[in-house]
Design a protein around this ligand. Sequence first.
Ligand code: CP3
Length: 357
Amino acid sequence: MTQTSSTGPDHGKKPQKSFLRALSGEVSEVPPVWFMRQAGRYLPEYRASRSQAGSFLDLCYSPEIATEVTLQPIRRYAFDAAILFADILLVPDAMGQTVTFKEGVGPLLDPIRSQEAMSTLSLDRLHEHLGPVYQTVKRLSQELPDETTLIGFAGAPWTVASYMVGGQGSKDQAETKKWAYEDPEGFQRLMDMLTQATILYLSRQIDAGAEVIQLFDTWAGGLPQTAFQRWAIDPMRKIVSALGATYPDVPVIGFPRGAGPLYQDFIDQTGVTAVSIDTGMKVEWARDHLQTKVCVQGNLDPLILVAGGSMLDDEIDRIKDCLGSGPFVFNLGHGIVPQTPPAHVGQAVERIRLIRS
Ligand code: CP3
């Protein structure tokens, strides 16, 4: 049996919420659970709020509607954590780059591909622009159930840069790599600016009530070892240490998606509290090489959630059986996709919370 509550002299000091306890290294019989992109188009109530808001960016900058869509999956599934509804591309938007979201296409940005083009960017109006997001965090921290943890987030600099430079999503980040490899000093200036913006942004989210931070490095897995060190690990270490200096008790979850064995270097060198592992990672390897150092979160395939059925239950059991004996948070290996039947999410949460003898 594992200990899930504290009654000793420390009582009151240890975190009481299950998600915070797991991040602090505690093992429990039932892992806390939340899903990346748990608010989104697979929910009819999200689609209704989305059309009420107008554009996707209008939704992100409306504290009232953004609060509502953050709460929707909590009402349905009682997840252990709520993630602020926003987007990683609000940061370039707040830095002065033109960002739009096109229906059926995704994000489109006026690409920045040189130091000269960076002259349009500035951190001067960052907080003014992102003020509505801080208001959303504040509302959420007042409205969430007592047992639910509030996660704030940002994109990691490499992933945000890959949209800023590419101008859109890209499978190989060719434009961004071209700049980074041909003019590393120039590209470093963009990365430094993003690192600074991210620290400022996340600090305000914590001030407003975010209890945990997750950093999404969706495209880190495409970087070779030396570039991973410079563009994924180094900026993340700076962010984690800057936040840690002011907010030593706020856990930080890193998600260097697809980084494989480099997850070890990432943990050793960035100081993150936990890592989110992607769908392709072998759970036994994560247990033996990552969970010995930090809490691990993951890694159900979002497309198994679409399929449902006994395959879904079996996959959940496999992941739980392997990772459940260490500090663990159940999650997906990437975000929920729009075609997911909401009932399958309910089935998954029930299975994750089931105690099998
Ligand atoms: O519920 C949550 O997880 C919180 C909200 C959230 C969104 N985006 C909402 C969103 C979070 C944490 C993100 C992170 C994000 N955004 C990432 C990193 C994680 C990942 O999925 O890899 C990235 C790369 C982005 C950039 C982005 N935003 C893309 C590429 C797209 C288009 C793809 C798509 O799904 O449409 C978005 C749009 C977006 N962000 C939507 C949502 C709910 C869909 C927009 C809509 O409602 O029309």
